[in-house]
Design a protein around this ligand. Structure first.
Ligand code: TYM
Length: 331
């Protein structure tokens, strides 16, 4: 049988995933299992670039992992693991940091944004974060990496690092491509549609958590910031409505044309209610599966353990190859 192409992706457990995470990445993680050999990680090592409360972080790691399974990531067919359970990530990250230039990391827009947001804690981890991300991807020889548009620059850096290393040592790493969805690559904040919807937004009305209940989802959509126009139409400058249309399209499968027809002559209020209801409908099965799975901590920990073992075995091959190439003694 022909070997299937490989996928790697990760999500930080800093907060409950948002609808942006779901439509931009997680939904694709589930779909891609059909045709690819997939490895998915809760990247807890990444999350300490910003100070975390240990009790809360632990809870979030359990929650994020359980949510992956609830959304349909199959722990038998794919590899689903917690990053800190596999020491190879930190090891390869060190190696790759010696093949990454200071100037390259200084150009990362997320570093610039986050250091502006947390001026009191511009730590070295925040700066080298994209190297750890490159290590995550390259350890599993991933061909494709399903992410939202905000990760595109990091992915390009991963490619550059892989190419640079291969140029010196021969074909060690597969050079990965980003897999970015067309309409939901950047789901916007409901309160400021020029910004992305983010797990760390302080305004709870700005984002939909995948665990928000139906009433909360509908209320947040009703309050979504839009323009003063009345027509439901996808057009430049109508960021708020464009965002709601792309969400509605993603959760119902309808095209923009269908949506414009459906809401012709109707107001924003009616449209917002429909987006809220349709979103609540697609999240409902995830939420009930989450409730079922989270009651069985033993099963979740078993899945974490098996996932970590599978991940470790795969990544060891790559790390040993790298060490041999560097001249280290691999016994
Ligand atoms: P994170 O945890 O911020 O987000 C997880 C995934 O969700 C996507 N995403 C969005 N997509 C559309 N609209 C939005 N508003 C939105 N917000 C987030 C992100 O693009 C991402 O795909 N650095 C990564 C985690 C990571 C990783 C990796 C990803 C670590 N190692 C290796 C891929 C491969 C991050 O912070 O994602």
């Amino acid at each position: 049988m022909e070997e299937r192409k490989k996928i790697f992706s990760g999500i930080q457990p800093t907060n409950t995933p948002t609808l942006g995470n779901y439509l931009g990445a997680l939904q694709n993680w589930v779909k891609l299992q059909e045709d690819y050999d997939c490895t998915y990680s809760i990247v807890d090592l990444h999350s300490i670039t910003v100070r975390q409360d240990p009790q809360r972080l632990k809870k979030q790691i359990y929650e994020s992992y359980t949510l992956l399974l609830a959304m349909g990531v199959d722990p038998e067919r794919s590899t689903a693991f917690v990053q800190s359970h596999n020491c190879h990530h930190a090891e390869l990250s060190w190696v790759l940091s010696c093949f990454t230039q200071f100037g390259e990391l200084s150009r990362m827009t997320q570093f610039k944004d986050k250091s502006a947001k947390h001026p009191e804690n511009i730590n070295a981890g925040l700066f080298t974060y994209p190297v750890l991300m490159a290590a995550d991807i390259l350890l599993y020889q991933a061909d494709l990496v399903p992410v939202g548009i905000d990760q595109k620059q990091h992915l390009e850096l991963s490619r550059d690092i892989a190419i640079r290393f291969n140029n010196i040592y021969g074909d060690v790493f597969v050079v990965p491509d980003a897999y970015i969805p067309k309409t939901t690559a950047k789901v916007a904040s409901l309160q400021d549609p020029t910004k992305k919807m983010s797990k760390s937004d302080e305004n709870p009305n700005a984002s939909i958590s995948v665990l928000d209940d139906r009433d909360t989802i509908i209320r947040k959509f009703k309050r979504a910031v839009t323009d003063s126009d009345t027509e439901i139409r996808y057009a430049p400058g109508k960021d708020g409505i464009n965002n709601l249309m792309s969400i509605y399209s993603a959760v119902t499968g309808k095209t923009y044309e269908d949506i414009e027809k459906e809401f012709k002559g109707k107001g924003y209020g009616e449209f917002k209610l429909a987006v809220g209801e349709a979103t609540a409908d697609i999240l409902a099965p995830v939420q009930s599966e989450y409730a079922r799975l989270s009651a069985d901590k033993k099963y979740i920990e078993e899945c974490m353990k098996n996932g970590a073992e599978k991940a470790f075995k795969t990544s060891r091959k790559t790390l040993q190859k790298v060490y041999k190439k560097l001249g280290y003694i691999v016994l």
